[in-house]
Design a protein around this ligand. Structure first.
Ligand code: NFE
Length: 548
């Protein structure tokens, strides 16, 4: 038995360490540690819900729209108001643009370098690459000859920059198995993805005032009011993004997958999934969302989410005590001890649903949507499984490569919905519907915003008295996914997913890295406490609702 450690994990947001016990060439146990310490719940106390929707976005620059959204929904529940139809569409567009940015960033710029070796692209024949791209049905927008020359110049001057070997090729060079032509195609798409992310952010900025940390998503609706010029710009950007996503992401996934098919055999994790749902339909019901709410147990049987079944345990994390708390009566009392995998080893708390760990990822959303018979998702999942040579076998999605592959369906779905929402908004404006904001009447109440961020289920809960927040709690997707052991000693979803992953070289456990990236971790979000300045003592934060 031996230990393999990846610390820090790169190509994620935040600070993450993975420690693994390796036995007979496979991971036999794993510990996931979130190593940064921040904080928001206390910052918003005594502020207004309107302030909170702005402030909580600072949890993270990758998913700020989702935090503003979940916070605003919590406030709207507390105030007892339903937003107008125009506000619903604009907020869907804002959320959708952020999802597109984040999903494209994750697939091409964070995860893909676990499968694509840009230096191997130097061996490619550009003409063959062009032929292969046509055969795979993927985009040939880039000039492959020019790209190869550009890569050669990088390699010759030794300044490989983003391709400088942060990925783990095994000593014998067997970790990366794509033909050079496919490496060249995917490297071209890596670079195109940077431009596409910028376009997605342009939509967020157009509707939100700026990005990251938008200004217009507010409790009660939106302060953005469309003009003809803005609608025109929006339509152009949305069309361009859709065309690019449709012509690259699923074809690239299908081209890559056969070269790494063993990654369908491991990385399952806890095998239970939850999604609160995202993108409002007219009914504004969580089950009717374009990606609906649902919880899937070990046998993937579906039920509706219940807030009362959410708990948080802190006994293996750097917080005071070893208790479990029911939602929303959590506490945040930081107390760093030492890194000890037999005791406390992370800043990430341990949320549970019905007493068990649950995965909260894009895979969770897609599986729930599949079970709820969302037509686009059912059609695309079935055709993806068939193209992967596993018709009807949804279980292959419960793996490292499955989690990585299936997210492209969500990206395509959202890109298509964006086009529908723009047309819907244009029609609504033409019909003279000018309502964007509903002023809250009440100033006292409590509410929970169940929503989704790109990485998974997002929960904001607040209590408001006389217009000021008296209690606020957040559970973000990476907290579910990167959770440590629970009160019964059961490992968290990523920890479970790492067990059984093959390790050829303990210095370069590439398959473990692929598994970590399939969850798209963000520890900035996962640990949302305050300021880690050396020597400073942290204030105790206990929910003013009292502990139950
Ligand atoms: Ni920091 Fe976030 C998303 C949230 S983290 S990126 O998506 O909430 O899991």
């Amino acid at each position: 038995m031996t230990r393999s450690v990846i610390d820090p994990i790169t190509r994620i947001e935040g600070h993450l360490r993975v420690e693994m016990e390796v036995e007979n060439g496979k991971v036999s146990d794993a510990w996931v540690s979130g190593g940064c310490f921040r904080g928001m719940e206390m910052v918003v106390e005594n502020r207004t819900p309107e302030d909170a929707a702005q402030i909580v976005q600072r949890i993270c620059g990758v998913c700020p729209v989702s935090h503003a959204h979940a916070s605003s929904i919590a406030a709207e529940k507390a105030y007892g108001i339903k937003i107008s139809n125009n506000a619903r569409i604009i907020r869907n567009l804002l959320e959708g643009s952020q999802f597109l940015h984040s999903n494209i960033l994750w697939f091409y710029n964070l995860a893909a370098l676990d499968y694509v070796n840009p230096l191997n692209a130097l061996k490619a024949d550009p003409a063959d690459a062009y032929a292969l791209a046509l055969e795979a049905g993927t985009s040939t927008n880039s000039d492959f000859v020019a790209l190869k020359e550009r890569l050669s110049a990088f390699a010759d001057n030794g300044q490989l920059s983003i391709f400088s070997g942060n990925w783990f090729d095994a000593e014998d060079g067997t970790a990366y198995t794509l033909p050079p032509e496919l490496d060249l195609i995917c490297t071209a798409h890596y670079l195109e993805a940077l431009t596409m992310q910028a376009k997605a952010s342009e939509i967020s900025a157009l509707l939100g005032g700026k990005m990251p940390h938008i200004m217009t998503l507010v409790p009660g609706g939106t302060s953005f009011v469309p003009t003809d010029q803005k609608l025109d710009d929006l339509k152009g950007l949305v069309d361009e993004l859709y065309t690019w996503v449709a012509s690259t992401m699923i074809p690239d996934t299908l081209a890559l997958a056969p070269h790494y098919a063993d990654a369908f055999d491991w990385g399952k994790g806890c095998g239970r999934y939850l999604a609160w749902g995202v993108f409002e339909n007219q009914s504004m019901e969580m089950v009717d969302r374009y990606l609906p709410m649902g919880v899937l147990d070990d046998s993937l049987s579906l039920s509706d989410a219940q807030e009362s079944l959410i708990t948080e345990y802190v006994g293996r994390s750097w917080y005071k005590g070893s208790d479990s708390y029911n939602a929303p009566y959590f506490t945040t009392e930081p107390e760093y001890t030492s890194y000890d995998v037999n005791d406390r080893y992370t800043w990430v708390k341990c949320p549970s649903y019905d007493g068990k760990p649950y995965e909260a990822t894009s895979l969770s959303r897609i599986l729930v949507a599949y079970k709820r018979n969302v037509p686009f998702v059912v059609e695309q999942v079935d055709s993806l499984l068939e193209a992967l040579g596993a018709p009807g076998q949804i279980s292959i999605a419960q793996s490292t490569l499955g989690r990585t592959a299936i997210r492209q369906i969500e990206t395509l779905y959202i890109a298509g919905l964006m086009k529908e929402w723009v047309d819907e908004l244009i029609e609504a404006v033409k019909s003279g519907d000018g309502e964007y904001f509903r002023k809250p009447e009440g100033i006292t109440g409590a509410g929970t915003g169940f929503w989704e961020a790109p990485r998974g289920a997002l929960y904001h809960s607040e209590e408001v008295k006389d217009g000021k927040i008296t209690g606020y709690q957040i559970i973000i997707p990476s907290t579910w996914n990167l959770a440590p052991r629970d009160a019964q000693g059961v490992p968290g979803p990523l920890e479970q997913a790492l067990v059984g992953v093959p390790v050829g070289d303990i210095e370069k456990p590439i398959n473990a890295l692929r598994t970590v990236h399939s969850f798209d971790p963000c520890t900035a979000c996962a640990v949302h406490i305050t300021e880690p300045a050396t020597g400073k003592s942290f204030e105790t934060v206990t929910s003013p609702w009292g502990v139950k």
